[in-house]
Write a new protein. Structure first.
Length: 180
């Protein structure tokens, strides 16, 4: 009986990208990791949202993926810190903070907003697909316009909420430092 010699080769980042078939069907934006050019980018290019709102969407997406899927996507320019190494416990604590940010956003903006963020960022649905799912009784063009407006408003609210939370945390830190 012949035995096979299995050697494992590590998968490189470029091998983890979209398949050629997927690349042919979708337009991608960014270098690493490649994402489908869809809702957030189209809202930004149309001037419907600001860059801080698009950045807030990216942070929400990264927190969601880390919290629910337990991995982090780094860009090719990322330089790992040599000062910090996570063990299993500290990794889960960082993951719990990401989940807390997702939960806080859901509580502040509501479950409907959370669902729209998931559809838009995680599921990468187009405005047309989101409109058909959320407004099945009206025309596709009307539902597409409605959902695009809702998503633009939602992303601006997400950015404003993050900004307010950041300012509150900064004020709490400064108060804590003056008490000492």
């Amino acid at each position: 009986m012949k035995t096979r010699n299995h050697t494992s080769t590590p998968t490189t980042f470029s091998e983890n990208g979209p398949t050629p078939e997927r690349r042919a069907r979708s337009e991608f934006v960014g270098t690493a990791p490649a994402r489908v050019l869809r809702t957030v980018q189209s809202l930004l290019q149309a001037g419907d949202i600001t860059q801080p709102a698009a950045d807030a969407a990216e942070r929400w997406y990264r927190d969601y993926v880390f919290g629910y899927c337990d991995y982090v996507e780094f860009s090719e320019q990322h330089r790992p810190s040599t000062l910090t190494r996570h063990d299993a416990v500290s990794w889960q604590l960082v993951r719990a903070r990401a989940m807390a940010r997702i939960t806080e956003a859901r509580e502040a903006l509501g479950l409907c907003a959370h669902q729209r963020l998931r559809m838009m960022l995680v599921d990468e649905l187009s405005f047309r697909a989101m409109g058909e799912a959320l407004f099945p009784t009206i025309s596709a063009s009307s539902s597409q316009r409605k959902i695009a407006a809702q998503c633009a408003l939602l992303l601006e609210q997400l950015a404003a909420r993050e900004d307010a939370a950041r300012k509150a945390a900064k004020a709490a830190r400064s108060t804590k430092n003056t008490i000492r």
